[in-house]
Design a protein around this ligand. Sequence first.
Ligand SMILES: [Zn+2]
Length: 242
Amino acid sequence: MGLLDDLDRGLLDLIFPRDCAVTQLPLDQGPFLHLSPEGVAALPRITDPRCLTCGHPFDGWLEGERSCPHCVELHPAFQRAVCAFRAQGPVRQILHRIKYERSPYLADDLVAAATTDEPFRRHLAGSVLVPVPLHAEKAWSRGYNQSARIADGLAGLIPGCTAEALLEKHRPTESQTRLDRTRRLRNVAKAFRLKPGQAVDPRRRYVIIDDVLTTGATLHACAAVLRAAGATSVDAAALAHG
Ligand SMILES: [Zn+2]
């Protein structure tokens, strides 16, 4: 899908010059295919201090706190999650286009912009990146898994990373969007498992990758599968928090 999609873009670009996904202005040559320098600068980034568990920005909260109210009751199976952006404004719009408007190629630019963030890059370096899987029916109807595209993109840009799709979603779940935290946890519990024939290596560090971290319930469920399979070091990362 990735190659075909990129070819499609290439053909379209000849006919319709690309606009920046943020400013909507025509794009000159630059390091990004769909983002202008102004567009990249307008992406709301997360900076320190942030929650050491879920990566939520500590806006004006007490220093020295380790976890935020968003994840204090989560007890996640992952050790630490880091997110590059806030899921607000242009980032929220781009993520929506990636997921629901058949624009997976936009993930590549968001990934490239995320990897210019030093803490995000450091969090991932040298790890096995494991994308959150989609249920087969969802993958079929969407045509791609945005988390897999993100994990592949990150693995290509960060030293020592590989992307390995170790997990599968064997039970379809209700959309998490309208559920509270408890319902989200119940909704995704036991939805994931290791793909047949896959195993984890307890000497390696795994980072579960998703597009957005909201309550952390999905990343927690995926991390729990890797831990149950013997992984000793499991973290999480998402492009955005919100
Ligand atoms: Zn938190």
